[in-house]
Design a protein around this ligand. Structure first.
Ligand SMILES: Cc1cc2nc3c(=O)[nH]c(=O)nc-3n(C[C@H](O)[C@H](O)[C@H](O)COP(=O)(O)OP(=O)(O)OC[C@H]3O[C@@H](n4cnc5c(N)ncnc54)[C@H](O)[C@@H]3O)c2cc1C
Length: 408
């Protein structure tokens, strides 16, 4: 049985941050980090297309969902973006801001981030043992005992930094939720993939447009017609349906609303997000003898313009002033508020994050210690917090990991 003062399960972004900060705050503690993966840092390495989008220039609680925004804000402000930038600079990782506000290492290489974190964890004396998957955890009089095929360890303080279920082959397969449950923790009723591509019926016209990328707008509407969420950003048509930042961002709101109201919830797509239904219809009415296909071709690729006309049931060669009222209305709907018959999502294998997890109401936010199991701390994606595309999920990992590190 290995003895430690602080046991951290998970050597991802949140677990490594915890180890570094705990080691700096309490220099003589024995810190043991256990990770089930043979290769560490899989998610840091794949993030941002291999460049690792470390954080965002402007991080506010509005970019997150799950637990209350007030609770999320309390944790984020303990270790904010300037502190994150300074932390990485001190580790030798300078960050640069791109036009979108996303911050990346100047090297454009995620290895720089992972190696700096691993080096900093070693420098404070933390021991990272892997592969060492924890399959059991028990509360004992003197703290916690954890075990797996690799052996066992015990410590008075335990940190769960096991991530969620996204990208299960990385080792984050939801096993941490069971460990939390076995220590008396509740999980949210819903745990589902977020930042995930959405699927359409194979014969939907969008699937035949595979490869087209454009700016598009998406709205989730409730059965009563209320707009629950909206995002406009780069969108990718694929052979299975839709992907790209706009779709990833709206996915969790759509999937959540769909669970509330499976029949009424709708996802609407606007192919010309700078236009409303009214402005587009006014344009059509003023276009005269120009064909509908050419009219759309002012903004959209020809292949797409043709497909939209056909989806609206009109010949692309029909002159705009020859469109019947129902045909015009059908084109306006198809172009600016197309109802998408979503069949599902691409699942955790393709999701970037998990929605749901340990609710922050069960956590003391000043320390990230469990209210239900004293001595247990949580951070990162295992919490019921998920952010938008853009570096927000890592920022949650750094901020919550920091709070655990100084408190544990
Ligand atoms: C493809 C992809 C791209 C992404 N890009 C970005 C991006 O650019 N910017 C951004 O902000 N976010 C991005 N994210 C999200 C971000 O990577 C995660 O939110 C973040 O890594 C979560 O950190 P974490 O430490 O909480 O969990 P994880 O990174 O999932 O780490 C958890 C660790 O715990 C280990 N573990 C789990 N269970 C056990 C167990 N029972 N015993 C021992 N070890 C265990 C796992 O092996 C893993 O190493 C991306 C995610 C994916 C999948």
């Amino acid at each position: 049985m290995t003895e430690a003062d602080i046991l951290i399960i998970g050597a991802g972004a949140a677990g490594l941050m915890t180890a570094i900060i705990a080691g700096r705050t309490h220099p003589n503690r024995r810190i043991l980090v256990l990770d089930g993966a043979a290769k560490l840092g899989a998610k840091i390495l794949v993030a941002g297309g291999g460049r690792c989008n470390v954080t965002h220039d402007e991080v506010s609680a509005e970019a997150y969902a799950g637990s209350s925004r007030n609770a999320i804000k309390k944790v984020l402000r303990r270790f904010d973006v300037p502190e994150t930038v300074a932390f990485f600079r001190e580790l030798g990782v300078d960050l640069k801001r791109e036009d979108t506000g996303k911050l990346f290492p100047v090297t454009d290489d995620a290895h720089t981030v992972l190696e700096a974190l691993l080096q900093a964890a070693r420098e404070v004396g933390a021991v990272i043992q892997h592969p060492a998957r924890v399959t059991q955890v028990e509360r004992a009089a003197d703290g916690f005992r954890v075990s797996g095929e690799w052996g066992s360890a015990r410590a008075p303080k335990l940190v769960l930094a096991t991530g969620g279920r996204a990208l299960p082959k990385s080792g984050s397969d939801g096993g941490g939720y069971e460990l939390a449950r076995s220590l008396g923790h509740r999980l949210t009723d819903r745990i589902f993939p977020a930042l995930v591509p959405l699927t359409l019926p194979r014969d939907h016209f969008i699937c035949a447009l595979s490869g087209i990328t454009l700016q598009a707008g998406f709205k989730v509407r409730s059965g009563a017609g209320k707009c629950l969420a909206s995002f406009t950003n780069s969108t990718l048509c694929t052979h299975f349906g839709l992907s790209g930042p706009s779709v990833l961002d709206i996915s969790r709101y759509y999937l959540d609303a769909k669970l509330d109201d499976p029949t009424g919830t709708r996802l609407l797509m606007n192919w010309l997000p700078e236009q409303t239904s009214d402005s587009f219809e006014a344009g059509l009415l003023a276009a005269g003898r120009v064909s509908a296909g050419r009219f759309l071709g002012r903004w959209l690729p020809e292949r797409l313009a043709r497909a939209l006309c056909e989806a609206a049931g009109i010949e692309p060669t029909t002159a705009c002033d020859q469109l019947s009222r129902p045909a015009r209305k059908a084109l306006v709907e198809t172009v600016t508020a197309l109802p998408l018959p979503i069949t599902g999502d691409r699942g955790y294998t393709y999701a970037e994050v998990t929605a749901g997890g340990i609710p922050l109401t069960d956590i003391r936010l000043e320390t990230m210690e469990s209210r239900l199991c004293p001595g247990l701390y949580v951070c990162g994606e295992i919490c019921d917090v998920d952010g938008r595309i853009g570096g927000y999920n890592f920022q949650w990992a750094w901020s919550s990991g920091y709070v655990v590190g100084v408190s544990v």
